[in-house]
Design a protein around this ligand. Structure first.
Ligand SMILES: [Zn+2]
Length: 359
Protein backbone atom coordinates (compact mmCIF):
# COMPACT_ATOMS: atom_id res chain seq x y z
CA UNK A 1 0.00 0.00 0.00
CA UNK A 2 2.82 2.33 0.89
CA UNK A 3 4.67 1.49 -2.33
CA UNK A 4 1.57 2.25 -4.37
CA UNK A 5 1.09 5.63 -2.76
CA UNK A 6 4.75 6.38 -3.33
CA UNK A 7 4.44 5.40 -7.00
CA UNK A 8 1.38 7.58 -7.34
CA UNK A 9 3.19 10.60 -5.90
CA UNK A 10 6.19 10.16 -8.16
CA UNK A 11 4.07 9.60 -11.23
CA UNK A 12 1.97 12.69 -10.61
CA UNK A 13 5.05 14.85 -10.18
CA UNK A 14 6.50 13.54 -13.44
CA UNK A 15 3.24 14.10 -15.29
CA UNK A 16 2.98 17.67 -14.16
CA UNK A 17 6.59 18.47 -15.01
CA UNK A 18 6.41 16.87 -18.47
CA UNK A 19 6.88 19.46 -21.22
CA UNK A 20 6.62 17.49 -24.45
CA UNK A 21 5.04 14.44 -26.05
CA UNK A 22 8.17 12.36 -25.68
CA UNK A 23 8.38 12.84 -21.92
CA UNK A 24 4.69 12.13 -21.39
CA UNK A 25 5.06 8.97 -23.45
CA UNK A 26 7.99 7.93 -21.28
CA UNK A 27 6.00 8.55 -18.08
CA UNK A 28 3.20 6.38 -19.44
CA UNK A 29 5.64 3.55 -20.24
CA UNK A 30 7.30 3.82 -16.86
CA UNK A 31 4.10 3.37 -14.85
CA UNK A 32 1.38 1.98 -17.09
CA UNK A 33 3.28 0.31 -19.93
CA UNK A 34 3.69 -3.45 -20.30
CA UNK A 35 6.43 -3.45 -17.70
CA UNK A 36 5.27 -0.32 -15.91
CA UNK A 37 5.41 -0.15 -12.14
CA UNK A 38 1.63 -0.09 -11.64
CA UNK A 39 1.09 -2.81 -14.23
CA UNK A 40 3.58 -5.09 -12.48
CA UNK A 41 1.80 -4.67 -9.15
CA UNK A 42 -1.56 -5.46 -10.76
CA UNK A 43 -0.06 -8.54 -12.33
CA UNK A 44 1.39 -9.80 -9.03
CA UNK A 45 -1.99 -9.62 -7.26
CA UNK A 46 -2.79 -13.24 -8.02
CA UNK A 47 0.01 -14.36 -5.67
CA UNK A 48 -1.54 -12.58 -2.68
CA UNK A 49 -4.03 -13.92 -0.14
CA UNK A 50 -7.59 -13.00 -0.99
CA UNK A 51 -8.12 -10.25 1.59
CA UNK A 52 -4.94 -8.42 0.69
CA UNK A 53 -5.59 -8.93 -3.02
CA UNK A 54 -8.92 -7.14 -2.84
CA UNK A 55 -7.53 -4.28 -0.81
CA UNK A 56 -4.43 -3.67 -2.90
CA UNK A 57 -6.21 -4.41 -6.17
CA UNK A 58 -8.77 -1.72 -5.48
CA UNK A 59 -6.17 0.91 -4.74
CA UNK A 60 -3.91 -0.09 -7.66
CA UNK A 61 -6.81 0.05 -10.11
CA UNK A 62 -7.85 3.43 -8.81
CA UNK A 63 -4.33 4.74 -9.19
CA UNK A 64 -4.11 3.33 -12.70
CA UNK A 65 -7.30 5.04 -13.71
CA UNK A 66 -6.32 8.32 -12.17
CA UNK A 67 -2.91 8.29 -13.79
CA UNK A 68 -4.35 7.40 -17.17
CA UNK A 69 -6.65 10.37 -16.97
CA UNK A 70 -3.94 12.74 -15.86
CA UNK A 71 -1.61 11.58 -18.62
CA UNK A 72 -4.35 11.93 -21.22
CA UNK A 73 -5.22 15.43 -20.07
CA UNK A 74 -1.58 16.50 -19.93
CA UNK A 75 -0.96 14.94 -23.33
CA UNK A 76 -3.82 16.94 -24.81
CA UNK A 77 -2.56 20.12 -23.20
CA UNK A 78 0.87 19.64 -24.72
CA UNK A 79 -0.66 18.64 -28.04
CA UNK A 80 -2.80 21.77 -28.05
CA UNK A 81 0.24 23.89 -27.30
CA UNK A 82 2.19 22.27 -30.11
CA UNK A 83 -0.80 22.91 -32.33
CA UNK A 84 -0.86 26.62 -31.46
CA UNK A 85 2.88 27.09 -32.13
CA UNK A 86 2.87 24.87 -35.17
CA UNK A 87 5.21 26.24 -37.86
CA UNK A 88 3.94 26.36 -41.44
CA UNK A 89 6.02 23.33 -42.37
CA UNK A 90 5.90 20.50 -39.90
CA UNK A 91 9.25 19.56 -38.36
CA UNK A 92 9.73 16.30 -36.54
CA UNK A 93 11.90 17.31 -33.60
CA UNK A 94 12.40 13.72 -32.53
CA UNK A 95 14.03 12.80 -35.87
CA UNK A 96 17.78 12.14 -35.53
CA UNK A 97 19.78 15.07 -36.94
CA UNK A 98 22.27 14.98 -39.78
CA UNK A 99 25.87 14.97 -38.62
CA UNK A 100 27.67 18.01 -39.99
CA UNK A 101 30.77 16.92 -41.83
CA UNK A 102 33.56 19.46 -41.70
CA UNK A 103 36.81 19.30 -43.61
CA UNK A 104 40.23 19.17 -42.00
CA UNK A 105 43.84 19.76 -42.93
CA UNK A 106 45.61 17.30 -45.20
CA UNK A 107 48.02 15.00 -43.31
CA UNK A 108 51.01 16.59 -45.07
CA UNK A 109 49.84 20.06 -44.03
CA UNK A 110 49.39 18.83 -40.47
CA UNK A 111 52.93 17.44 -40.49
CA UNK A 112 54.28 20.62 -42.10
CA UNK A 113 52.76 22.74 -39.34
CA UNK A 114 54.11 20.45 -36.66
CA UNK A 115 57.61 20.57 -38.20
CA UNK A 116 57.41 24.39 -38.35
CA UNK A 117 56.29 24.52 -34.75
CA UNK A 118 59.16 22.33 -33.55
CA UNK A 119 61.85 24.28 -35.42
CA UNK A 120 60.42 27.59 -34.29
CA UNK A 121 60.83 26.37 -30.73
CA UNK A 122 64.46 25.61 -31.64
CA UNK A 123 64.93 29.20 -32.79
CA UNK A 124 64.43 28.78 -36.56
CA UNK A 125 62.35 31.12 -38.74
CA UNK A 126 59.99 29.76 -41.39
CA UNK A 127 60.78 31.12 -44.87
CA UNK A 128 59.12 30.48 -48.23
CA UNK A 129 60.43 30.74 -51.79
CA UNK A 130 59.03 30.61 -55.35
CA UNK A 131 57.96 27.31 -56.93
CA UNK A 132 58.97 28.59 -60.36
CA UNK A 133 62.69 29.10 -60.04
CA UNK A 134 65.51 30.28 -62.29
CA UNK A 135 68.15 27.85 -63.43
CA UNK A 136 70.68 30.00 -61.58
CA UNK A 137 69.13 29.59 -58.14
CA UNK A 138 68.12 25.97 -58.60
CA UNK A 139 71.49 24.80 -59.95
CA UNK A 140 74.38 27.21 -60.64
CA UNK A 141 74.23 29.04 -57.30
CA UNK A 142 74.26 25.69 -55.54
CA UNK A 143 77.52 24.66 -57.17
CA UNK A 144 75.91 22.58 -59.94
CA UNK A 145 77.22 24.08 -63.23
CA UNK A 146 75.46 23.42 -66.55
CA UNK A 147 77.60 20.55 -67.79
CA UNK A 148 78.31 18.99 -64.41
CA UNK A 149 77.26 15.32 -64.14
CA UNK A 150 75.74 16.07 -60.72
CA UNK A 151 72.91 17.88 -62.50
CA UNK A 152 71.60 14.49 -63.63
CA UNK A 153 70.59 13.86 -60.00
CA UNK A 154 67.66 16.19 -60.55
CA UNK A 155 65.22 15.38 -63.34
CA UNK A 156 63.75 18.73 -64.16
CA UNK A 157 60.55 20.21 -65.54
CA UNK A 158 61.75 23.07 -67.74
CA UNK A 159 59.47 25.94 -68.72
CA UNK A 160 59.57 27.38 -72.24
CA UNK A 161 61.10 30.84 -72.09
CA UNK A 162 57.98 32.42 -73.60
CA UNK A 163 55.69 30.55 -71.23
CA UNK A 164 53.14 32.74 -69.48
CA UNK A 165 52.73 31.92 -65.82
CA UNK A 166 49.86 33.34 -63.76
CA UNK A 167 51.57 35.68 -61.32
CA UNK A 168 49.01 35.04 -58.63
CA UNK A 169 49.99 31.40 -58.49
CA UNK A 170 53.75 31.62 -58.60
CA UNK A 171 56.17 34.27 -57.63
CA UNK A 172 58.37 34.75 -60.69
CA UNK A 173 62.05 35.42 -59.99
CA UNK A 174 62.89 39.03 -60.49
CA UNK A 175 65.04 38.99 -63.65
CA UNK A 176 66.51 42.43 -63.12
CA UNK A 177 68.16 41.18 -59.95
CA UNK A 178 69.89 38.22 -61.53
CA UNK A 179 71.37 40.17 -64.48
CA UNK A 180 73.93 37.94 -66.13
CA UNK A 181 72.93 34.83 -64.31
CA UNK A 182 71.29 31.83 -65.91
CA UNK A 183 67.68 32.85 -66.43
CA UNK A 184 65.95 29.77 -67.83
CA UNK A 185 62.88 28.99 -65.78
CA UNK A 186 62.00 25.62 -64.26
CA UNK A 187 59.88 24.10 -61.52
CA UNK A 188 62.22 23.95 -58.54
CA UNK A 189 63.57 20.46 -57.97
CA UNK A 190 64.34 21.15 -54.30
CA UNK A 191 63.88 23.85 -51.67
CA UNK A 192 67.64 24.51 -51.54
CA UNK A 193 67.53 27.60 -53.85
CA UNK A 194 65.94 29.46 -50.94
CA UNK A 195 69.24 29.11 -49.03
CA UNK A 196 70.92 31.42 -51.54
CA UNK A 197 67.91 33.71 -51.87
CA UNK A 198 67.76 34.19 -48.12
CA UNK A 199 71.51 34.66 -47.57
CA UNK A 200 71.59 37.32 -50.32
CA UNK A 201 69.28 39.47 -48.25
CA UNK A 202 70.11 38.53 -44.67
CA UNK A 203 73.41 38.56 -42.88
CA UNK A 204 74.30 35.67 -40.58
CA UNK A 205 73.93 34.46 -37.92
CA UNK A 206 70.75 32.88 -39.22
CA UNK A 207 68.54 29.85 -38.69
CA UNK A 208 65.77 29.12 -41.17
CA UNK A 209 63.63 26.29 -42.37
CA UNK A 210 61.97 26.31 -45.79
CA UNK A 211 58.95 24.08 -46.23
CA UNK A 212 57.53 23.84 -49.73
CA UNK A 213 56.48 22.01 -52.82
CA UNK A 214 59.08 20.65 -55.22
CA UNK A 215 58.93 18.87 -58.57
CA UNK A 216 60.81 16.07 -60.31
CA UNK A 217 60.28 14.77 -63.80
CA UNK A 218 60.15 11.05 -63.08
CA UNK A 219 57.90 8.01 -63.13
CA UNK A 220 55.64 7.63 -60.09
CA UNK A 221 55.68 4.56 -57.90
CA UNK A 222 55.09 3.68 -54.23
CA UNK A 223 57.94 5.95 -53.12
CA UNK A 224 58.17 8.55 -55.94
CA UNK A 225 55.82 11.32 -57.00
CA UNK A 226 56.39 14.08 -59.56
CA UNK A 227 55.51 16.67 -56.97
CA UNK A 228 56.33 16.36 -53.33
CA UNK A 229 56.96 18.41 -50.23
CA UNK A 230 60.31 19.13 -48.66
CA UNK A 231 61.56 21.01 -45.71
CA UNK A 232 64.98 22.61 -45.97
CA UNK A 233 67.02 23.73 -43.01
CA UNK A 234 69.91 26.17 -42.83
CA UNK A 235 71.93 27.42 -39.89
CA UNK A 236 74.87 29.79 -40.38
CA UNK A 237 77.13 31.38 -37.79
CA UNK A 238 80.82 31.94 -37.01
CA UNK A 239 81.41 28.48 -35.63
CA UNK A 240 78.99 25.80 -36.69
CA UNK A 241 80.00 22.17 -36.94
CA UNK A 242 78.50 18.87 -37.97
CA UNK A 243 78.04 18.19 -34.24
CA UNK A 244 75.60 21.12 -34.03
CA UNK A 245 73.74 19.69 -37.00
CA UNK A 246 73.54 16.26 -35.43
CA UNK A 247 72.25 17.69 -32.15
CA UNK A 248 69.57 19.83 -33.82
CA UNK A 249 68.37 16.96 -36.00
CA UNK A 250 68.31 14.48 -33.13
CA UNK A 251 66.29 16.94 -31.05
CA UNK A 252 63.91 17.47 -33.96
CA UNK A 253 63.26 13.77 -34.52
CA UNK A 254 62.71 13.25 -30.80
CA UNK A 255 60.13 16.03 -30.70
CA UNK A 256 58.50 14.95 -33.94
CA UNK A 257 58.16 11.23 -33.21
CA UNK A 258 57.66 11.84 -29.47
CA UNK A 259 60.16 9.18 -28.45
CA UNK A 260 63.88 9.08 -27.89
CA UNK A 261 65.64 9.10 -31.25
CA UNK A 262 69.12 8.13 -32.26
CA UNK A 263 70.60 9.26 -35.54
CA UNK A 264 73.69 8.32 -37.51
CA UNK A 265 75.45 10.08 -40.37
CA UNK A 266 76.65 8.25 -43.45
CA UNK A 267 79.01 9.85 -46.00
CA UNK A 268 77.18 10.98 -49.13
CA UNK A 269 77.47 13.51 -51.94
CA UNK A 270 75.58 16.70 -52.66
CA UNK A 271 77.18 19.46 -54.73
CA UNK A 272 76.11 22.19 -52.29
CA UNK A 273 77.47 20.66 -49.10
CA UNK A 274 80.94 19.47 -48.12
CA UNK A 275 81.16 17.09 -46.37
CA UNK A 276 77.72 15.61 -47.13
CA UNK A 277 75.74 13.06 -45.17
CA UNK A 278 72.73 10.83 -45.33
CA UNK A 279 70.94 11.09 -42.00
CA UNK A 280 69.48 7.83 -40.68
CA UNK A 281 67.16 7.54 -37.69
CA UNK A 282 67.18 4.34 -35.67
CA UNK A 283 64.08 2.41 -36.68
CA UNK A 284 61.11 3.63 -34.67
CA UNK A 285 59.28 0.35 -35.04
CA UNK A 286 61.87 -2.22 -34.00
CA UNK A 287 64.29 0.06 -32.13
CA UNK A 288 67.19 -1.12 -34.29
CA UNK A 289 66.67 -4.88 -34.15
CA UNK A 290 65.49 -5.05 -37.77
CA UNK A 291 61.94 -5.30 -39.13
CA UNK A 292 60.03 -5.08 -42.41
CA UNK A 293 59.66 -1.27 -42.21
CA UNK A 294 63.44 -0.76 -42.09
CA UNK A 295 64.12 -3.77 -44.37
CA UNK A 296 66.00 -5.49 -41.53
CA UNK A 297 68.58 -2.69 -41.44
CA UNK A 298 67.45 -1.19 -38.12
CA UNK A 299 67.82 2.35 -39.55
CA UNK A 300 65.55 4.59 -41.62
CA UNK A 301 66.90 7.08 -44.13
CA UNK A 302 65.27 10.40 -43.21
CA UNK A 303 67.31 13.31 -44.58
CA UNK A 304 70.20 14.55 -46.69
CA UNK A 305 72.50 17.03 -45.00
CA UNK A 306 75.95 18.55 -44.85
CA UNK A 307 78.12 21.58 -44.19
CA UNK A 308 77.37 24.51 -46.53
CA UNK A 309 79.80 24.47 -49.48
CA UNK A 310 82.04 27.57 -49.75
CA UNK A 311 80.78 28.07 -53.31
CA UNK A 312 77.21 28.47 -52.02
CA UNK A 313 78.32 31.21 -49.61
CA UNK A 314 80.05 32.92 -52.53
CA UNK A 315 76.89 32.69 -54.69
CA UNK A 316 75.02 34.52 -51.95
CA UNK A 317 77.73 37.15 -51.62
CA UNK A 318 79.11 35.92 -48.29
CA UNK A 319 82.76 35.29 -47.53
CA UNK A 320 83.20 31.57 -46.79
CA UNK A 321 86.21 32.40 -44.61
CA UNK A 322 83.92 34.22 -42.18
CA UNK A 323 81.01 31.86 -41.99
CA UNK A 324 80.19 28.23 -41.40
CA UNK A 325 76.87 26.51 -41.61
CA UNK A 326 74.94 23.34 -42.06
CA UNK A 327 71.99 22.55 -44.30
CA UNK A 328 69.59 19.66 -44.48
CA UNK A 329 66.62 18.56 -46.54
CA UNK A 330 63.84 16.15 -45.63
CA UNK A 331 60.72 14.96 -47.41
CA UNK A 332 57.55 16.05 -45.61
CA UNK A 333 55.87 13.15 -47.41
CA UNK A 334 58.38 10.75 -45.90
CA UNK A 335 57.98 12.22 -42.43
CA UNK A 336 54.22 11.82 -42.79
CA UNK A 337 54.60 8.24 -43.98
CA UNK A 338 56.90 7.37 -41.06
CA UNK A 339 54.72 9.06 -38.48
CA UNK A 340 51.51 7.36 -39.62
CA UNK A 341 53.08 4.18 -41.02
CA UNK A 342 51.85 4.68 -44.60
CA UNK A 343 53.56 2.48 -47.16
CA UNK A 344 52.57 4.19 -50.43
CA UNK A 345 53.27 7.87 -51.13
CA UNK A 346 50.56 7.98 -53.81
CA UNK A 347 47.89 7.65 -51.14
CA UNK A 348 48.82 11.15 -49.98
CA UNK A 349 47.97 12.70 -53.35
CA UNK A 350 44.90 10.76 -54.44
CA UNK A 351 42.38 12.84 -52.51
CA UNK A 352 40.57 9.65 -51.50
CA UNK A 353 38.30 10.52 -48.57
CA UNK A 354 38.41 6.97 -47.21
CA UNK A 355 42.11 7.59 -46.64
CA UNK A 356 42.03 11.27 -45.68
CA UNK A 357 39.27 10.90 -43.09
CA UNK A 358 41.57 8.76 -40.98
CA UNK A 359 43.61 11.82 -40.01
ZN1 LIG B 1 62.80 -1.71 -37.99
Amino acid sequence: MKDLKDIKNRAEKEVSSARNNETIRQVFQKYLGKKGEVTLILRSLKDLPEKKRKEIGKLANAIRQELEEKITIKGRAIGAKVERNKPKKRIDFSFPGHKLTTGHLHPITQVEREVEDIFQRLGFSVIEGPEVESEWYNFDALNIPANHPARDMWDTFWLRSNQKIPISKFQIPNKSKIKNKNQNLLLRTHTSPVQVRYMEKHNPPLRIIVPGRTFRYEATDASHEINFYQVEGLMVDKKISAANMKAIMERFFEMFFRQSAKIRLRPSFFPFTEPSFEVDVRCLICGGKGCSVCSKRGWLEMAGAGMVHPQVFKSAGLNPRNWQGFAFGMGLDRLTMMKYKIDDVRLLYKGDLRFLEQF
